[in-house]
Design a binder for this molecule. Structure first.
Ligand code: C5P
Length: 286
């Protein structure tokens, strides 16, 4: 086999708390992560022509060594001590970029999983997750997916009971946020409100979808500039008014998502939000 396609799923934060700044410049985080069915397709093709080449239809993405998929391929080659010689990576993108939903990290994770299969190197997912730490903070989670508690920089992962099946509307307003800038901002503001992470975990243990949805919270909601925060709040309110059990910001944003028990209500909410926000998707937990 010299060619395969891996799915790279988007992630959402059911909770996100920033506990403090670390000496290495990163932040100590505590978050409940969930992967969802919206995905990129990452195709890897081993060729005779030396070098790593990346292609994607989304012309604004870097295709050189700055792309996280290329970084992941280089990290894998070094860690596994294999000569990749010629590798073509094609990204069929569906996950919005700079959206707080781990599109880039998930592509990087898919490259690690895919190369492991292509090269027959037999690493476990846990070993690949460890490799992913060198690629980016969210990459270890993206290697594993599912419902997980992520701590430390994001790399200390504990499995949680799966989110009960439901319908999730994801909606990304048409602005991008800078992750680095928002982390700076969160250092400067006094965090007034924090998620009840333990409460969300207990609700997962009870398989209480409403209990999870009602307690979702992300501290970055308070660090957004006022005009952006207003757009996020409008989307959250629209979701709740249309029957969501809860709605929350994902990652450093700006994607907002709402959890619905009822498929019809979720479809109607997605259709209505799509009129104003092109990047709206109806997804399921995976
Ligand atoms: O690890 P990654 O390259 O994805 O992180 C991007 C940026 O997000 C970092 O440069 C840092 O500013 C911020 N970050 C952080 N603490 C974390 C994860 C990310 O401060 N735990």
């Amino acid at each position: 086999m010299n060619r395969l396609t891996e799915k790279a799923y988007a992630k959402l934060n059911l909770t996100l708390d920033v506990l403090g700044k670390r000496e290495d410049g990163y932040h100590e985080l505590k978050m409940v992560m969930q992967s969802v069915s919206l995905c990129d397709y990452v195709t890897l093709n081993m060729t005779a022509e030396p070098g790593i080449r990346l292609s994607t239809e989304w012309g604004f993405l870097p295709t050189d060594g700055r792309n996280i998929a290329v970084i992941a391929a280089n990290v894998f080659a070094q860690a596994a001590d294999v000569n990749l010689s010629g590798l073509e990576i094609h990204l069929e993108k569906h996950i919005p970029v700079c959206a707080g939903t781990a599109g880039g990290s998930s592509d990087g994770a898919a490259v690690l999983r895919g190369l492991n299969r292509l090269c027959g190197t037999g690493f476990s997912l846990e070993e690949l997750a460890k490799m992913g730490e060198q690629v980016g903070s969210d990459v270890p989670y993206c290697v594993l997916g599912g419902t997980k508690l992520a701590e430390g920089r994001g790399e200390v992962l504990t499995p949680l009971p799966a989110l009960p099946d439901c319908f999730i509307v994801m909606c990304k307003p048409a602005f991008a946020v800078s992750t680095g800038e928002l982390f700076h901002k969160v250092d400067a503001v006094k965090i007034r409100c924090r998620p009840n992470t333990a409460g969300v975990i207990q609700a997962l243990e009870r398989q209480d979808l409403g209990g999870v949805a009602r307690q979702m919270y992300n501290v970055f909601a308070d660090a957004l500039p006022a005009n952006r925060a207003a757009v996020v709040a409008d989307i959250q309110n629209a979701m709740i008014q249309r029957g969501a059990l809860g709605a929350c910001l994902s990652g450093t944003g700006p994607t907002v998502f709402g959890i619905f028990e009822d498929e019809g209500l979720a479809k109607a909410a997605a259709a209505e939000l799509k009129e104003n926000y092109r990047e709206t998707h109806l997804v399921r937990p995976v």
